[in-house]
Design a protein around this ligand. Structure first.
Ligand SMILES: C[S@@+](CC[C@H](N)C(=O)[O-])C[C@H]1O[C@@H](n2cnc3c(N)ncnc32)[C@H](O)[C@@H]1O
Length: 331
């Protein structure tokens, strides 16, 4: 673990074990409609289907395996592997694989910090909403890059220090009230801060509110990051920037909203009226500029543009933009 002392690293590991235990009891995600999210997100990240079709794909921290199954079926990966430490989540993932007879998907119990794969093994690796629970997110990212082939695509998604802020404040209050009792934090969270859950219930189509609240208030520990920090991980790991979702440059929003794929993604803004209104407006404006061009490498975002976009995620997106995603190519 990076520059940590042995004592610090053991403390971080213990916190991570608690997170995994929580997800084992309350697996995540449930009821997600993965297909409607993928088209727009991948295009805005600059990812072309040729990067995963017929390729060997890995998800670090796959939870209940929704994304892995999407890559195995719709994504037509040759092989899609999901690893996670949560037995409860892996049981759901394996059930989905059996039910769908998804032969090319595999789920294994493994720590993202210590991947049991050789160097340069996968063509395409990604991790969504996981590294921030490890206590050494950059170390987890480096490990994912290690198992990626040079020229392969790497994508990472973690909580954003700006977009997550409204939730972070609520988490801090609840931690003061019930530091060691996730069930109590969830009960209090639902009582005093029910807003985001009602919204997300709509988005996740009838998902039990409590399961969502565990993902937010039940987790004993999480880190948040700025875009600059994550771009630093890419630089130090020898990964060249491809794109960001949501974009980190204003002009890239006009490209994103000129794409047909937005129409399918739009319903994921359900329950976030401000985000939906502004997105629809951008869609209207950008349709005139419609281009069939498939950008696979966006311009690197400068510091001012990064700051501006992250402020926007906080002001417009609210908790909808808790997580941000960065893609790149291993050099
Ligand atoms: C919020 S869920 C994300 C699931 C999935 N990536 C998704 O977005 O659909 C976080 C997952 O990270 C897993 N996790 C946390 N720390 C881990 C570790 N050190 N190794 C493997 N999995 C881990 C948890 O067990 C949980 O399933």
């Amino acid at each position: 673990m990076g520059n940590m002392t042995k004592k610090e690293s053991t403390a971080e590991e213990n916190k991570n074990i608690q997170v995994v235990e929580m997800y084992s009891k309350h697996p995540w995600p449930v009821n997600r409609r993965t297909a409607e999210e993928m088209g727009w997100r991948l295009r805005v990240l600059g990812i072309h289907p040729s990067e995963y079709q017929g390729q060997r794909v890995l998800e670090c921290g796959c939870g209940t395996g929704n994304y892995v199954i999407w890559y195995a079926i719709e994504g037509q990966a040759a092989e899609a592997v999901g690893i996670d430490l949560s037995d409860g989540s892996l049981a759901v993932a394996n059930r989905l694989k059996e039910e769908g007879k998804v032969e090319n998907a595999t789920f294994r119990k493994m720590n993202v910090m210590d991947l049991q794969f050789p160097d340069n093994y996968f063509d395409y690796t990604y991790s969504y909403g996981v590294f921030m629970y490890t206590g050494d997110s950059e170390g987890a990212f480096r490990e994912m890059v290690r198992v990626t082939k040079p020229g392969g695509t790497v994508t990472v998604s973690v909580y954003n220090a700006f977009g997550r802020w409204p939730i972070t404040i609520r988490q801090k209050i609840l931690k003061k009230l019930a530091p060691n009792d996730p069930d109590k934090r969830v009960a209090l969270g639902l009582k005093y801060f029910p807003g985001p859950y009602k919204k997300q219930d709509k988005r996740y189509y009838g998902l039990v509110t409590e399961q969502l609240a565990y993902d937010t208030f039940g987790v004993p520990y999480e880190d948040v990051f700025t875009a600059s920090q994550v771009l630093g991980w890419l630089k130090r790991a020898g990964v060249q920037y491809k794109g960001s979702f949501a974009p980190l440059r204003i002009s890239d929003y006009f490209y994103a909203f000129s794409l047909d794929e937005y129409k399918e993604f739009r319903s994921t803004f359900t329950g976030y009226p401000a985000t939906q209104k502004i997105s629809d407006l951008l869609y209207k404006i950008s349709r005139g500029k419609k281009s069939s061009e498939w950008i696979t490498e966006f311009k690197y975002p400068g510091p001012l543009s990064r700051l501006f976009c992250q402020m926007m995620w906080l002001l417009i997106g609210g908790s909808r933009f808790s997580c941000f995603t960065i893609s790149g190519v291993k050099q």
